[in-house]
Write a protein that binds this ligand. Sequence first.
Ligand code: ATR
Length: 270
Amino acid sequence: TDRYCVFGNPVKHSKSPQIHAEFAHQTQQALEYTAEEAPVDGFAGAWRAFIDVGGRGANVTVPFKGDAFALCDILSHRARRAGAVNTLILGSNGRTYGDTTDGIGLVRDLAYHRVALADKRILVVGAGGAVRGILEPLLAEQPCEIVVVNRTAGKAEQLASDFTDLGPVTGGGFDTFDGTFDVVINGTSASLSGDLPPLPDTLFNTNAWAYDMMYGTEPTVFLQWAGPRGAKLLDGLGMLVEQAAESFFLWRNVRPETASVREMLRQSLN
Ligand code: ATR
C-alpha cells in the first residue's frame, strides 16, 4: 500500500488522517495515511525514513514548512513564492518535489461559499508565513486591491512589496489604512491567545465577509467581533479540507468531493 502522512510536532491532534481516510474511501484509492511526529531538529531524516518504509508523499505542518521547503529537489512556483512547502511528493526518480496547497485551499473554500473576490477590496490581517502563502492565489482572483496590515508594520510592507509584481497589494501597520472592505481575512495567530487585532468598528462593507484562517469548537474572537459588525462569518475548517483535497489530487490525480468531509469534521468538533 502506498503510504502518506502528515509531519508535525506536535501532530496528535491533526485532522488530516481523518480527512484523507475519507478521501481515499470516497475515491476508492488504496492508501494509508498516518500522523508522524518528527523531531524538531530532524525533519529531513524523518522524511527519508518515511520513504524507506513506503512513503510516497506527505503533508507538512507546524513547525516544518520551512524545513520541507529547504529539502526539496524541485519546487513549484507557488511554493517558491510562499517560501513554504506543505505537500511533499516522491518522484519516480527518487527526487522530492515540493508544493504548497494552503493558498489554493483558501481560495477554493471562498469559492465554495460563493465569496466573490474579483474587483473586491480585501484586507489581510497578519504578515507571517500563513499570509505569505495566500497572497499569490488571492491576487490571481483579480481583486480591486489587497491591503495587508500587521502589528509589526515593516513585515507587512516587506511582504506586500514581495508580491506587487502580481497585482495591487500594499502593506503597513494598523494605523496606516482606511476605508471599508468586502472581505477581511484574519491570518494572524492572535486567535490562539484569544487576542483581537486592533481593527476599527467601521471595517465592513454591506454584504462583507470575515474569514478567520483558524478554527475551533467556538467561533474565534475575531469572528465574535466581526459578527455584530455586520459581516458574514467563515472559519478555517473549509480551508483545511480544501488544502487536503488539493494535496490528495497532487498525489493520486483524483479530485475528492469535499462537502461530506466538511460536514463530518464540523460534527467532530462538537
Ligand atoms: P504563521 O506561520 O502562523 O503566520 P508567524 O509567522 O509567527 O506564524 O506569524 C504570526 C502572525 O500573527 C504575525 O503577523 C504576528 O504579528 P507580528 O508580525 O507583529 O508578530 C501576528 N500576531 C501574533 N499574535 C498577535 C497578537 N496578539 N496581535 C496581533 N497580531 C499577532
